[in-house]
Design a protein around this ligand. Structure first.
Ligand code: C5P
Length: 230
């Protein structure tokens, strides 16, 4: 498989979690969420780089974590995050290795990603241009207006919840981020930036264990999964 660089945005605050400590640095078991997440990528074939974006305060903690992996500290690069997730990733893109042909973006707060699904996304991205891991929408989704009046009900058969990793050919992702920056466009995921420049992206079916630890209830679920995973 060709060279893969993974960007892990970990510069968010703990606002929705109601925690002093930002989510990636909360411990589940005896390791931080970020540590669990990073370790899921280390044995993916073709991995050449792990770039972690974080706030200045946590840089030493990430450097210490990188040293603790037997893979070798030269695989890791730590960069300063930005005010929005998209800016954190933009900062990281500047350091993507020349050896990388594919770039994956994976939220620091999704520690249960399975290696086989990362590999499947790489294969699809190689073929199509981009791949997004996701699951079919479980709930009916309503479109509402500013007054929360329902304006439509999109057909659920065509609705998927996008997760990460989102993996792209490097040149395509760089072009998408450059264009978004020039147009001051802010999206909620990486694929939306690639979509707006006409890039092709295919959805890859993942699983619901790949949850994004966002609210206190997610942390409880994570602890349960982690307990049964060991
Ligand atoms: O805030 P959100 O739920 O979108 O966060 C998803 C991921 O993006 C988290 O891993 C978080 O740490 C990261 N993030 C970031 N920089 C920001 C905001 C979020 O790296 N400014």
């Amino acid at each position: 498989m060709s060279g893969l660089s993974v960007i892990i945005p970990a510069a968010g605050s703990g606002e929705r979690m109601g925690s002093e400590i930002p989510k990636p640095f909360i411990k589940v078991g005896d390791k931080t969420i970020l540590h669990h997440t990073v370790s899921r990528f280390l044995n993916v074939p073709g991995i050449v780089q792990v770039i972690i974006a974080t706030s200045e305060k946590y840089i030493p903690e990430i450097e210490a974590m990188s040293d603790s992996f037997s893979k070798g500290a030269d695989l890791f690069k730590v960069v300063k995050g930005g005010a929005e997730r998209q800016y954190s990733i933009y900062n990281a893109l500047e350091y993507v290795s020349g050896q990388a042909h594919l770039v994956a973006v994976h939220d620091a707060v999704r520690p249960f990603i399975r290696k086989e699904l990362i590999v499947e996304c790489c294969e699809v991205a190689e073929k199509v241009g981009g791949a997004v891991l996701g699951v079919p929408a479980k709930d009916t989704i309503k479109q509402v207006d500013n007054a929360r009046m329902i304006t439509s009900t999109p057909n659920r058969a065509f609705l998927w919840q996008a997760q990460t990793p989102q993996i792209f050919r490097k040149d395509l992702l760089l072009k998408a981020y450059q264009s978004a920056l020039e147009d001051e466009y802010i999206g909620t995921d990486d694929a939306s930036l690639v979509e707006r420049i006409g890039g092709k992206i295919q959805m890859v079916e993942g699983d619901r264990e790949n949850l994004k630890i966002t609210y206190p209830v997610d942390l409880k679920i994570a602890e349960l999964i982690f307990g049964t995973d060991q």
